[in-house]
Write a protein that binds this ligand. Structure first.
Ligand SMILES: Nc1ncnc2c1ncn2[C@@H]1O[C@H](COP(=O)(O)OP(=O)(O)OP(=O)(O)O)[C@@H](O)[C@H]1O
Ligand SMILES: [Mg+2]
Length: 457
């Protein structure tokens, strides 16, 4: 049986993560924290400190520095880091790593860290190239019989007339360009760009002023204006890459070398040769000296950094001193703790020499007012209607246990209200889910009470 069914409404898949409400640091133009702004509430001192950090990062002044975010669980360290990344915008690389990701079975931990650090260094490369650019107004491809197969024809040369707003010029090129003209479907009316040195052809789209662009009613081709200036000109190209991208490009070129002659492609190598990195560094430095490239140091944020061990820490300390190093932000909720991989206790579970190199931003426990406002923002974010009484009850629970627990209860209470066919979450919903679920304190008490009955192994 076949039929046509009407779909009444498009449902969008919506995901709400723990930090989706965080849109920025919420500072005014003097970098003072506004109590409630951009999804952030309270924690003014830490936010203002983060604001200064953002300014310095934007000016490229903080490369190779380390910032430690320290404070009890659930006080907004991760939220703060996310706010920093939102403030930095899309052009500054920001890599969010959890310390446990460093321990993978396939790659060395120093390799994972190294790769992450290089992904945080943006390299803006400027290149001047001589190009022919214009709308194709006449195109003639000269086809000749294939040397080994006279029944097949292959392109031998191409002759095209290019037009800009200023002039028209005819150019001729050999089979290399002619093949690309065919491969990219270039016809009259297209705007092309041909590299004068390498002969690489780019089809920029259909010229919006040309007659050909008005031919069809439905036309998915990209429309571009007719190029200005001369047909042959110097043009500046800007590429945004990261050091890791450059490593990858160089490594691939190398892998392709001898291996490709014998066995095809060199296969996937999981790790990049240190020599390749050294080469890339040299090349980038040279380009920077010549004024052809600019470095944009980004941010490597390692969450739960107390999970790193001594080796990883010493690697980070050393790497921070290299010339091409990102800003490193470490978050931890530990007080005095053992450094992983040793018997030594130290603040945050970090080695002292690393702490010495860092500036520290601390976060503080929230008061009831702040908890209520964060809950209000979360409710809005999750599309939950909640009564003032229910919010007050949740706030009380949050102050007694933790902000996280209160945020969890909010979603559960909303579910409870939905089941009871109520639009607005009431106090009874909150009380009921608080009864059904446990916070950490209650769970610990429960375990102590039933210790003998629980399995130990
Ligand atoms: N000042 C704040 N404004 C708005 N939302 C906040 C604020 N602080 C925390 N939150 C939110 O509260 C929740 C818990 O905070 P977060 O995960 O950042 O804590 P944390 O300090 O990283 O804890 P942990 O040490 O356990 O990793 C998150 O959903 C976070 O977005
Ligand atoms: Mg966190």
């Amino acid at each position: 049986m076949s039929g046509i069914r009407e779909v009444s409404e498009l449902r969008r898949f919506q995901r709400i993560g723990a930090h989706t409400h965080v849109k920025g640091l919420g500072l005014d133009e003097r970098l003072r924290a506004v109590r409630i702004k951009d999804g952030m509430v309270g924690q003014e001192r830490a936010r203002e400190a983060a604001g200064l950090v953002v300014e310095m990062i934007k000016q490229g002044k903080l490369a190779g520095k380390c910032i430690i975010l320290a404070g009890p669980p659930g006080t907004g360290k991760t939220a703060l880091a996310i706010a920093i990344s939102r403030e930095l915008g899309p052009n500054v690389p920001f890599i969010h790593l959890s310390a446990s990701e460093v321990y993978s079975a396939e790659r060395k931990k120093t390799e994972v860290l190294m790769d992450a650090m290089r992904r945080c260094i943006g390299v803006e490369i400027h290149e001047m190239r001589e190009v022919y650019e214009g709308e194709v107004v006449e195109l003639k491809i000269n086809m000749v019989p294939h040397p080994y197969n006279p029944y097949q024809k292959v392109p031998e040369s191409v002759r095209m007339r290019l037009r800009t707003t200023e002039e028209e010029r005819t150019i001729e090129a050999g089979s290399h360009v002619a093949e690309q003209v065919i491969a990219y479907g270039i016809t009259e009316g297209c705007v092309v760009q041909i590299d004068a040195e390498t002969g690489r052809v780019v089809n920029l789209g259909i010229c919006s002023e040309s007659e050909k662009a008005k031919l069809y009613e439905i036309d998915a081709r990209r429309r571009v204006p007719r190029p200005t200036g001369k047909v042959k000109k110097q043009k500046e190209f800007v590429y945004m890459l990261t050091l890791a991208d450059l490593d990858e490009i160089h490594a691939r070129r190398r892998r392709g070398g001898l291996f490709s002659l014998l066995f095809g492609f060199g296969g996937e190598a999981r790790e990049i040769d240190p020599e390749v990195r050294a080469m890339v560094d040299e090349e980038v430095k040279r380009m920077v000296d010549e004024g052809r490239a600019y470095i944009h140091p980004g941010v490597l944020f390692i969450d739960d950094a107390h999970m790193l061990d001594l080796e990883a820490f010493s690697f980070l300390s050393r790497a921070m001193e290299s010339e091409l190093s990102p800003i490193i932000i470490l978050a931890t909720n530990r007080g005095f703790a053992r450094i992983r991989g040793t018997d030594i206790e130290s603040p945050f579970g970090f080695p002292l020499d690393l702490i010495d190199r860092a500036v520290i931003i601390t976060t503080e426990e929230y008061d009831e007012d702040t908890i209520r406002e964060i809950l209000r923002i979360r409710a809005r974010e999750e599309g939950i209607n909640v009564s003032e009484d229910a919010l007050a009850e949740l706030t009380k629970i949050g102050a007694r246990t933790s902000l996280r627990y209160a945020v969890q209860l909010l979603s559960l209470a909303a579910q409870n209200a939905r089941v009871a066919k109520r639009d607005v979450v009431q106090v009874e919903d909150v009380r009921r889910v608080d009864e059904l679920f446990m916070d950490v304190g209650e769970a610990a008490e429960y375990l102590r009470k039933h210790e003998e009955k629980m399995m130990k192994h």
